[in-house]
Design a protein around this ligand. Structure first.
Ligand code: HEC
Length: 276
């Protein structure tokens, strides 16, 4: 009997723990969620083992003190009337010998029901009256923002001529500004007004405007005209940042602006590329 019990416990543990471990690994869950899952599983396990132990002990040794404890416990849970006293709760009707007992609602069920009512009230106050918790749509927006931030972060690592984006977020623009001030201002002016290099704040571009053309010029340079190729000194995402910063200067009309060079660039579906 002891042997059987041990086997049962082992079986239970492997049934409950193995899928949980696999699940935790698959979801790449962080430590907190793994810890939470483990605690819940442990709690379930303890309850299950306790119940199995009670039932097993009950069957094995009916005369034990535990047997009395078990039945008192079950009595508390179910609130059932012992068979000897059923006469006191029997209802008067009698259909072809079928009679009905007026049993109380089982306490385990009743208290669970009360708990759901309390939970419901707390839930409604928390999410709908006091608004201290995020609504489903707010949670959705948060999750989407988080996912987009992650996407942007991973996209930043594989910026190419094709995937480069005109970033408008403050982080990218301020990093772009730093790069510009250090590397570009000497030829294009502190404010992009143009010096040796052309004005970057107007709508006229020698090599085409828009992030793709600008990125290409920054990456490959126009070496024979004095514009360096920056691909060996700046990472793709840095070139994307500084390119975005350059585009953000459009229309700023800085003082001492150099006269427009090249052609007016209008962003369209078919991105215009002038020969370099
Ligand atoms: C040594 C001087 C010099 C530096 C430093 C320099 N540029 Fe240039 N840049 C030029 C010149 C000159 C041109 C014009 C090339 C041409 O006429 O084809 C140019 C052209 C450009 C163009 C194309 C403009 C157009 O009208 O098509 C962009 C965009 C640009 N530079 C961005 C940058 C950025 C960003 C940096 C810093 C990472 C930078 N440049 C650093 C000299 C420089």
């Amino acid at each position: 009997m002891k042997n059987l019990f041990n086997k049962l416990v082992l079986m239970l543990m492997s049934f409950v723990l193995l899928p949980a471990l696999v699940f935790a690994e698959e979801a790449e869950a962080n430590l907190v969620t793994i810890f939470e899952i483990e605690v819940i599983i442990l709690a379930i396990l303890i309850v299950v083992i306790f119940l199995v132990f009670l039932l097993w002990h009950d069957a094995a040794d009916p005369s034990s003190g535990l047997k009395r404890f078990t039945s008192a416990f079950m009595q508390k849970l179910t609130g059932s009337t012992p068979i000897e006293k059923e006469e006191s709760i029997i209802l008067s009707h009698n259909y072809d010998g079928i009679r009905e007992l007026d049993n109380k609602l089982p306490p385990w069920w009743l208290y669970l029901f009360y708990v759901t009512i309390v939970f419901g009230v707390v839930y409604m106050l928390h999410y709908h009256v006091l608004n201290t918790g995020p609504s489903s749509s707010e949670e959705y927006v948060q999750e989407v923002e988080f996912a987009q931030a992650q996407l942007a972060a991973s996209a930043g690592m594989r910026v190419t001529e094709e995937t480069v984006q005109f970033l408008t977020d403050a982080g990218a623009l301020s990093s772009g500004k730093d790069i510009y001030t250090k590397n570009c201002a000497a030829c294009h002016g502190q404010k992009g007004e143009g010096l040796v290099g052309p004005n970057l704040t107007d709508e006229y571009w020698i090599h085409g405007g828009g992030i793709k053309n600008v990125y290409k010029v920054i990456q490959n340079g126009v070496v024979e005209k004095g514009m360096l190729a920056w691909k060996s000194q700046l990472s793709p995402s840095q070139m994307q940042d500084v390119g975005s910063y350059v585009l953000s200067l459009k229309g700023t009309n800085p003082p001492n602006a150099k006269a427009p060079q090249g052609e007016k660039f209008v962003e369209s579906d078919s991105v215009k590329t002038n020969p370099m």
